[in-house]
Design a protein around this ligand. Structure first.
Ligand SMILES: Cc1ncc(COP(=O)(O)O)c(C=O)c1O
Length: 406
């Protein structure tokens, strides 16, 4: 990290802020795009939920990325960023009539339906609009992704997807849905997956479904394998490359001549971002040394919510010689970024970087404890731009209005 440059940005923008590397983002997307070139036909749809800053979306859209969306607002963001509708896929268990109508009107690539009643609603809306909606069924593969339980999505007890047997029955009776072209299958088992085996298990099950349907004369055109490829949050961790992951896919699907869709989020945006914060206080107790930052769990909730580990570096020279619990200022004991981190001696005003915060950082932020949303800055070599300025208190409270009787 270029400490002098980051210090300059911090002096200008204030802390905390998210800092994104355009170069790393581009490299990550390129690696994925290169890996899928070995396939017959593939679309890489960036999971907008991991980072929805319009500039980030525009960079990826410019490189040919599609978008994986989960709300009507994400649909608008993707379209505004220049993603063409025929590269947008839409997942989520609770899509509303309004959201589905917007997606069908826009003519997106595929709505991944997560229940039979959703398919019926899509069918009704499409018939009302005089259109045919392209639909995939998100199946629940009952595969354990071996990741944190709160980011596991493909087990039977999870709310996501349609049970295999029900999906099979729906594919075979697709004729009943006159407004729907039921031509795809989606399987997403979870997030931050570092072991390729759960992917293989899900692919094998999906392949079996394709074969069973083919035997009945039903040919699916699209296999959407979701996202989930993890990143290394710890120095001693390693994540499979997109090429390793695609090799497993090819091994399982071999001769499938339809189109593959991918929904990677974290492995594109995660290590392209860091949360930069200042030390506001160094607090010594009998038990611990605490480095209290001006960033809190409202800016990066992953450690508090998922017990997630993020590497923390002090942006100063010096030997790592002191052990700190690095915490935020929020009135919650869960507001801890890292325990027992060995860092150079910290002073008030020093800068620290909480690394790999480009995914599920800014998008999961809140105003808890009356804290305006942090700024986002894009770095490209030596040039940088604020791509979202810090929220003001007036903006934070701008939607409130008094009750007439108070
Ligand atoms: C349906 C779906 N697709 C894609 C993703 C993106 O996952 P990741 O960021 O782990 O690649 C998620 C996130 O959980 C998801 O739920």
């Amino acid at each position: 990290m270029n400490i002098a440059l980051i210090s300059k940005i911090a002096a200008e923008v204030g802390t905390p802020f998210y800092l994104y590397s355009e170069q790393r983002l581009r490299q990550n997307f390129q690696a994925f795009a290169d890996a899928v070139k070995t396939l017959n036909k593939a679309t890489v749809c960036f999971a907008v939920k991991s980072n929805f800053n319009p500039t980030i979306l525009k960079i990826l859209a410019g490189m040919g990325a599609g978008a994986d969306i989960v709300s009507g607002a994400e649909l608008e963001l993707a379209l505004q960023a220049g993603v063409s509708a025929n590269k947008i896929v839409f997942s989520g268990v609770g899509k509303t009539r309004t959201e589905l109508t917007a997606a069908i009107q826009a003519g997106i690539k595929q709505i991944n339906a997560e229940s039979e009643s959703e398919i019926r609603l899509i069918n009704d809306i499409a018939l009302e609009l005089g259109k045919t909606a392209a639909v995939g069924i998100r199946v629940n593969p009952d595969v354990d992704a071996r990741t944190h339980e709160k980011i596991t999505t493909g087990k039977k007890e999870n709310k996501f997807g349609i049970d295999w047997n029900d999906a099979y029955r729906l594919f075979l009776s697709a004729e009943q849905f006159k407004g729907v072209s039921l031509h795809g299958i989606e399987v997403h088992v979870g997030s931050q997956i570092l072991d390729l085996e759960p992917f293989r298990e899900a692919f094998v099950k999906t392949k079996k479904m394709l074969t069973a349907l083919k035997d009945k004369g039903v040919l699916l055109q699209t296999v959407d394998v979701g996202g989930g490829l993890g990143v290394a949050y710890k120095a001693d961790e390693s994540a499979p490359s997109p090429a390793d992951y695609i090799a497993v896919l090819q091994d399982v699907f071999g001769d499938f001549d339809g189109e593959f869709v991918f929904e990677p989020g974290r492995c594109l945006s995660g290590d392209a971002g860091a949360l930069i914060a200042s030390v506001v206080r160094v607090k010594q107790t009998d038990e611990k040394s605490f480095a209290v930052l001006d960033a809190g769990m409202n800016d990066l909730v992953r450690p508090a919510m998922y017990d997630a580990y993020h590497t923390i570096s002090a942006l100063k020279d010096g030997k790592a010689s002191r052990t700190y619990d690095v915490v935020g200022p929020i009135c919650e004991s869960a507001d801890i970024f890292g325990k027992d981190r060995v860092l150079p001696e910290l002073d008030e005003g020093d800068l620290v970087a909480i690394e790999t915060a480009g995914a599920y950082g800014a998008t999961m932020a809140s105003n808890y404890n009356g804290r305006p949303l942090a700024a986002e800055v894009l770095l490209d070599g030596n040039r940088y731009a604020v791509i979202r300025r810090r929220q003001t208190v007036a903006e934070m409270m701008g939607l409130c209005q008094p009750a007439p009787w108070v």
